[in-house]
Design a protein around this ligand. Structure first.
Ligand SMILES: Nc1ncnc2c1ncn2[C@@H]1O[C@H](COP(=O)(O)OP(=O)(O)OP(=O)(O)O)[C@@H](O)[C@H]1O
Length: 341
């Protein structure tokens, strides 16, 4: 478990001071994939670099498996850092070394004997899907392959946690998906805790269990990914969620489909987890004397199950409409009547 308490970083330059991270407290469970999202300048990079003390905190503590790294002296910190892997947006590989030698590098520094090193490097090359590329140089690899080398290198000393600093931001969408899938499989296979920072909500949606949203150095919202997606509280979070389904938030688009009748209600329905798989709409229209017109809908998978949103128009007698909406609510589906769309 990682306990971050009142963590702050104040950059003091000659002309100004910037509170890059401002009193952040978070607990990250062992084995979870925890995402931190924020716009440019929110303090994400500084935050993640405080975790392994690439940046010195101005205040607060970072306790990783019961050891406070902010209190460690040089040697102890160096040893602990070997247990904190990190991958970067621009990979940070050694360009004059082969794939094999890049991955062997942290093992050399840790003093691992040659035979053991070889065994470990080959195991890691296999794990990240780079077999056959051992003797290639980074310049001969694609972006996705370079990041695979970065991941293998970060895992060399069997870390307790993997920090990912915008690890997919330099990659195209398809390669991004491959790297995210690799991170999920490593998380499952090794039970590795992963903390990743990103400015892209689909990265959070695809692989994270929990998320914290940062703004001006502070965490403005945090929680389970599904909860945060379905009920975003802060304006910043709402903007991030809108990135995923822009149409869903386009009121003009929705208004164009709506009938101008008195006996209709326009309703937003949220399906979460297993309820997203149910044929509830047809069930309701069979059970009650209402017509249901689907205006718009989307479904998004997350690590904790799918969530879907449907905008429907329900036509019928007012009392029956109410009964049908109550029925849906009782079946565990969230129902929101939209008076003004
Ligand atoms: N070394 C530094 N000296 C002074 N100010 C800094 C330094 N590094 C970062 N900052 C400032 O701290 C704030 C947070 O920067 P940070 O890079 O952590 O944000 P970010 O969310 O990672 O943004 P981006 O995605 O653009 O990198 C910014 O205002 C930035 O200008």
């Amino acid at each position: 478990m990682i306990k971050i308490k009142n963590l702050s970083k104040l950059y003091q330059t000659k002309t100004q001071s910037v509170q890059a991270v401002d009193d952040v407290s978070l607990t990250i469970d062992k084995g979870e994939i925890f995402g931190v999202i924020g716009y440019s300048g929110a303090g994400k990079s500084t935050f993640v670099r405080l975790i392994n003390r690439l940046e010195e905190p101005s205040d607060g503590s970072v306790v990783i498996h019961d050891k406070d790294i902010t209190k460690m002296q040089h040697n102890e910190l160096r040893n602990k850092r070997q247990k904190i892997g990190m991958i970067f947006q621009h990979f940070n590989l050694l360009w004059s070394r082969t794939v094999y030698d890049n991955i062997a590098f942290p093992l050399e520094i840790a003093g691992v004997p040659k035979a053991k090193r070889k065994e470990k490097v080959l195991e890691l090359i296999n794990l990240v899907g780079l077999s056959g590329k051992e003797e290639n140089y980074p310049s001969q690899l694609s972006g996705g392959q370079k990041q695979r080398v970065g991941i293998a290198r970060a895992l060399a000393n069997d870390p307790e946690v993997l920090l990912c600093d915008e690890a997919t931001s330099a990659l195209d969408p398809e390669t991004t998906d491959d790297i995210l899938d690799l991170l999920v499989s490593i998380n499952k296979k090794l039970g590795l805790t992963i903390i990743l920072i990103t400015h892209e909500m689909h990265v959070i949606q695809q692989i994270c269990h929990r998320v914290a949203v940062m703004e001006n150095g502070k965490v403005v919202e945090s929680g389970e990914v599904l909860d945060v997606f379905v009920k975003p509280q802060s304006k910043t979070t709402q903007r991030f969620v809108q990135q995923l389904n822009p149409l869903e938030h386009d009121k003009n688009n929705l208004a164009a489909f709506i009938n101008d009748r008195d006996d209709t209600e326009v309703v937003k329905v949220h399906f979460i987890g297993n309820s997203a798989k149910r044929a509830l709409i047809s069930e309701v229209s069979k059970k009650f004397d209402v017509e249901i017109n689907i205006l718009q809908g989307s479904i998004s998978p997350t690590q904790e199950g799918a969530y879907g949103t449907l905008f429907i128009e329900v036509n019928g007698d007012n009392a029956v409409i109410k009964q049908s909406l109550d029925f849906m609510q009782n079946e565990g589906v969230e129902v929101e009547v939209l008076k003004h769309v």
